[in-house]
Unconditional design. Structure first.
Length: 136
């Protein structure tokens, strides 16, 4: 697969993850009155799982991790934790630096998601989906 197409599919997966992440965080804060940080912990896990599903089936469908689904998901979550440090660092920095954003955590989610996307793509492509699938 051409790298440009792969990047576009990864971006589509990121958009799905953003909708899941931002939607859950915003709903938990606005509707359930959760703390913005607790809401983000839940929303990030859901978003990372949805992006793993998308990317393993679409973005990297021609590449092989050499693992079963559970092991692949666990490795994905571990690798994405590195991107999450950057992602959540931006999220926290914005909420701390601009307190008026606290009622609107989706704005900080967007900025954090964008910051972590480049790291996440590189980690996924080089450390997880690095092999080429062979026809069965």
């Amino acid at each position: 697969m051409r790298i440009g197409r792969e990047i576009l599919l990864f971006a589509a997966g990121g958009l799905i993850g953003f909708v899941v992440d931002g939607g859950i965080a915003q709903s938990l804060v606005s509707l359930a009155h959760w703390n913005v940080y607790a809401a983000r912990a839940v929303s990030f896990l859901a978003a990372a799982t949805s992006t793993w599903w998308w990317n393993s089936r679409h973005t990297f469908k021609g590449r092989d991790s050499g693992m079963g689904a559970q092991a692949e998901w666990l490795r994905w979550m571990g690798l994405m934790a590195l991107g999450a440090v950057l992602n959540n660092g931006v999220y926290v920095a914005l909420l701390q630096g601009i307190p008026s954003l606290k009622p609107w955590p989706v704005v900080a989610v967007a900025a954090g998601s964008l910051a972590g996307a480049i790291a996440n793509y590189g980690l996924a492509r080089t450390l997880l989906f690095r092999g080429t699938k062979t026809p069965a």
